[in-house]
Design a protein around this ligand. Structure first.
Ligand code: TNX
Length: 473
């Protein structure tokens, strides 16, 4: 019999299995105390249990081992009790995610003790809602899938050539005109500010930081169709481009002052909608922006982000503009090919890792995959799992690594079944790279553990890819 407590993903820092087991019955109750009420309620809902002033399942914000820090936790399961302990609500919430993995179909919880905390602060994924639009409910479903693996950041790629997906009150045509369609043509959509707030609040309730990305100054065809004055010639580009998959062909006119007014308005509104500390401003693939204009534009945009109280993130090309050290470059090449990244780390920048040949969730698994790109290679589970974020970039020490993020670009991801297929089982592998101590890294053990998660995904309606690398149960 495989033990669930030795199959947790991401692998915990310490696991001590015991011969005990706790059986959940119709009388099992989650104890609610004032300071743990929100997480206790979430736990009770997730496991369909009643709550009470007393109970066998307890959550506590007192007396946790200091090693668990501000997002780790301790968990102890005996024959008679389940005890979750942390210093913060986030820690308790993550303890709940571990507990969920310990419960069998027969409602038996494996006995033992766990002490756990993350290796990196940022364990993220990105969803591109521009190339194909996904509804508020689809995003919420995605959030509930990813939290199970202690992913704590959702980066939403909200704008691109094919569609602008967030209502901006001061530039309304961005969505009345710029959100009309998507890759492949056909109707699409956008989030009103109210809907976006709903996504943000849902993410917060799941202890996920939402990072909105407004891709600037390239990837803006949809904005230029809506507002031709943002082009240098003042003429709207051909709208048909919006349904294709080309990149790098559009740019805001960096010589016009209206461009900076536009940028300021957009960033101000997005900052006001975002409780989290980061705004992502894209800055990638600006082949249509002259270098001098790029540098000038990016510096001003970073400045605006900072003025609105946020830290800027950009794809690593942003380093061409030599932004201030608080700016986080998100590395996305398929080779360690840009010396600016190590130079930036040496100057104090934190580096976010999304190497395309390791973690791009839009790559095919194999030549037979029904959808996806292959420009960064085929990425089966082992390719995604078997590398070390702490030593991946030469001359970038582990201390400079902010974390790991798996982006899902959606040129070829058309519906939620495609999301499931591209994300599972690769995102759990990325989650383990971001959370678990390097010493626990072990492909053979990971594939054994991962195999036991397949039936859970099936029960949750997740249409995952049954990679032949995994000995599915
Ligand atoms: C590159 S990665 C892009 C995206 C595409 C993706 C497709 C990056 C910063 N830019 O615009 O969607 O490749 O894999």
């Amino acid at each position: 019999m495989t033990s669930r407590i030795t199959s947790v993903i991401p692998a915990p820092v310490e696991v001590h299995p015991s011969t005990d087991s706790f059986v959940i019955t119709e009388h099992t109750t989650v104890r609610i105390t004032d300071d743990t009420a929100t997480v206790a309620q979430y736990l009770a809902e997730t496991l369909a249990l009643p709550t009470g002033a007393t109970g066998e399942i307890t959550l506590s914000l007192q007396d946790a081992d200091p090693r668990v820090g501000d997002s780790g936790y301790q968990l102890a399961v005996t024959n008679t009790a389940v005890d979750l302990r942390a210093n913060t609500e986030t820690g308790l919430f993550l303890a709940v995610q571990t507990l969920r993995q310990l419960v069998s179909d027969e409602q038996v919880v494996d006995g033992g003790q766990i002490l756990d905390y993350p290796r990196f602060a940022h364990r993220g994924t990105m969803l591109d809602v521009s190339r194909h639009f996904f509804t508020v409910d689809e995003v919420k479903r995605f959030i509930d899938q990813i939290v199970q693996y202690k992913i704590n950041v959702l980066h939403l790629h909200l704008t691109d050539d094919q569609g602008w997906r967030l209502e901006i009150a001061s530039w309304p045509k961005l969505t009345t005109i710029g959100a009309a369609t998507q890759v492949g043509g056909g109707p699409s959509g956008f989030y009103t500010q109210q809907e976006f707030r709903e996504i943000v609040a849902y993410a917060q309730s799941r202890h996920i930081t939402l990072i909105p990305e407004i891709d600037l100054p390239g990837h803006v065809n949809a904005a230029l169709v809506a507002y031709p004055e943002l082009t240098c010639g003042g003429v709207a580009p051909e709208p048909f481009i919006r349904t294709g998959t080309a990149t790098g062909f559009s740019s805001l006119c960096t010589d016009k002052e209206v461009t900076y007014q536009f940028t300021d308005d957009v960033l101000r509104e997005v900052a006001a909608l975002t409780p989290g500390p980061y705004l992502h401003i894209g800055t990638d693939e600006t082949h249509a922006t002259p270098e001098e204009g790029y540098v000038k534009y990016v510096r001003r945009a970073v400045d605006m982000v900072n003025r609105y109280g946020k830290q800027a993130i950009g794809w690593h090309e942003i380093l061409r503009a030599d932004p201030p050290a608080g700016t986080i470059p998100q590395f996305w090449s398929k080779a360690d090919d840009d010396p600016r990244v190590a130079e930036a780390a040496a100057r104090g920048h934190k580096i976010l890792l999304s190497p395309a040949n390791k973690v791009y969730l839009d790559m095919k698994y194999t030549p037979d995959s029904p959808t996806g790109y292959k420009w960064a290679g085929y990425l089966d589970v082992q390719d995604v799992y078997d590398w070390d974020p702490g030593s991946y970039l030469a001359n970038v020490p582990e201390e400079a690594i902010f974390g790991v993020e798996g982006p899902l670009w959606t040129e070829h991801v058309e519906h939620r079944g495609h999301i499931d297929f591209m994300v599972f089982p690769r995102l759990p592998a990325i989650a383990e790279l971001g959370w678990s101590p390097r010493e626990s890294h072990d492909w053979q053990d990971f594939r054994r553990r991962l195999a036991t998660h397949g039936p859970r995904w099936t029960a949750q309606g997740i249409e995952f890819y049954a990679s032949t690398q995994i000995p599915w149960a």
